[in-house]
Write a protein that binds this ligand. Sequence first.
Ligand SMILES: Cc1ncc(COP(=O)(O)O)c(C=O)c1O
Length: 398
Amino acid sequence: MKPAILGGEPAFSKPQAVGFPLVEPDTRSRFHALMDSAFERNWLTNDGPLVRQLEQAVAELHGVEECVSACNATVAQMLALRAFELGGEVIVPSFTFVASVHACAWQGLTPVFCDIRRQDLTIDPAMVERLISPRTSAIVGVHAFGNVCDVDALEEIRRRHRLRLIYDAAHAFGCSSGSRSIGGFGDVEFLSFHATKFFSTFEGGALLTRDRHLAQALRNLRNFGFAGYDNVETLGLNGKMSEAAAAMGLASLPALPARRERLASTQEAYRRHLAGVPGIALRPAGVSGRSNYHYVVVEVDAERYGVTRDHLVEALWRDNVLVRKYFYPGCHRMPYYASKAGPGPAPLPVTDEISERVLCLSSNLEDVEADTARIAALLQVIHERAEEVTRLCTVAAG
Ligand SMILES: Cc1ncc(COP(=O)(O)O)c(C=O)c1O
């Protein structure tokens, strides 16, 4: 096999992207039938029957009393932050998708960046504790790649310091900490149903909580602050999910067990095929408990591998293997946040190291066994011909 960067034919004729929508044939037919029902009712949004049905199903799936759907996870997080009328500082990991931080800043809160733990890439409770100041009002934990945060340690900190605790569960649909499902941890957790997620409603999200009063407040905030006809009691926005989005969610639910199994076997196939490639380590999925196996996360040790992570990305893209640097850079290094950092923000050594080494590989492959073998073979040849590959790369060495 000759990698495309060395003049070979691309290993894949079609792009193998991270985060392709997962839509099985049966899902499409179920979606069409549900949309027909919505058209027959002529009820397309505003807390319709499909939205209610989806909320109930997602709540049951996660074993919580309340699920409040939203138009996406970013807005869901904004609703949660607003519901608690937070001010001051929010402690949030830098190693996350920028939305987790933007939602805080958008609410006028100051994000205080925290490091992650090497073993599961989730927020480091010991550092959370060190970052707490008189201005701290909340902690936002992120269940990165479906690894559930150290919920017990964070709960203890929250109780002792009387803080709000919100979990970004955008990656964690159906995941657990031991035998405890996500959904009931902290004050509230929110999911993303974006088209590229394990479970999708095109765009969408939801808040999960055990607190009935909080759920009602979130519903009002989501609907312009209306607490009933002609009665606006709070500030609000339009964060509603449409019936079309809910139809997509309901149509997808029956596909999830098989989808999860397929993704688990994809991880297992990558593990087998990548085992002998020096300097490439597949991070284990489901470190905390049950996983949805959606993210295939690899760490590149440039010294052992012979090619830097960024050069490897460039080489693989030439072969139509569209790997992504998730998450890079850490949010604290993004110009918008770096320029705002006060004097002497805490160093985040694990975030800096990991964000320079991680890669996500596609988990949505047509032929799991053959395609994972082909991607692993590419990685092996790129390693063997490291010097030539590096010479031909055009991006600056990362
Ligand atoms: C960790 C994390 N949080 C939040 C979001 C935002 O989700 P949404 O696109 O539904 O607003 C994403 C989206 O990819 C994410 O990965």
